[in-house]
Design a binder for this molecule. Sequence first.
Ligand SMILES: Nc1ncnc2c1ncn2[C@@H]1O[C@H](COP(=O)(O)OP(=O)(O)OP(=O)(O)O)[C@@H](O)[C@H]1O
Length: 244
Amino acid sequence: MTAVLTRAAVTLEDVVKTYSGGVRALDGVSLSVPAGTFLAVMGPSGSGKSTLMHCAAGLDTPTSGKTFIEGTEISRLDETRRTVLRRSRVGFIFQQYNLLPSLSVSDNITLPLRLAGTAPDREWVRTLVERVGLAGRLHHRPSELSGGQQQRVAVARALVTRPAVVFADEPTGALDIRTAREVLDLLRTLVDELGQTVVMVTHDPAAAARADLALVMADGRIADTVPAPTAARLAHRLTELETE
Ligand SMILES: Nc1ncnc2c1ncn2[C@@H]1O[C@H](COP(=O)(O)OP(=O)(O)OP(=O)(O)O)[C@@H](O)[C@H]1O
């Protein structure tokens, strides 16, 4: 048996996704994201970023190819098992926070545990609440918080099940520059200090430059893999792809 030296949190093997109408949104994508990596996914509009994220996270199934979360082949699970695995092993952060307005901050954060049928680890919840700086806001409703605070609630919610990977879809897209930087600082800290794996789709080269590695998608394929990306290099590459 071959020893696995680096544990992959997310793996894609030759993933193709074709939508009805014949659009080949993913055209044979292979990818391995080692645990503890902060990966950014960039690319022009329509290049396949969201499709990649949805297939990798088990929100959608590939037309062909395989996807794995921590070695479990999620693409071959039926809908029910996929949902169970997703609820326990995958966290999500969205551009518009997607908090439930009628629930308190505290109940929003622990909601994934209730959905997964898992008892809260109070110590872990307390650690997360402190990390995201919301200890004084636990009984507030989302509407009583700023956008940046709401996104920090969403970050805590995404981590509450101790997922193998957090998928963040334009997590700073609705925030001003300073607040966006705070949320990116938070994601960076979670990767550096807790070893969390994060996959972030973003249009913003400055946001992607906070990642360890950036993928640049074009026409459903990985056009570039950029380690230690800089905003200038990514912006230049995107401009090239958008004008090709
Ligand atoms: N449900 C769908 N049905 C048909 N075509 C789709 C569907 N979802 C996406 N597509 C097509 O697949 C391709 C890739 O779309 P995708 O949303 O993954 O791109 P993206 O890079 O995330 O774009 P954006 O940056 O604009 O969000 C596009 O041509 C898109 O029109």
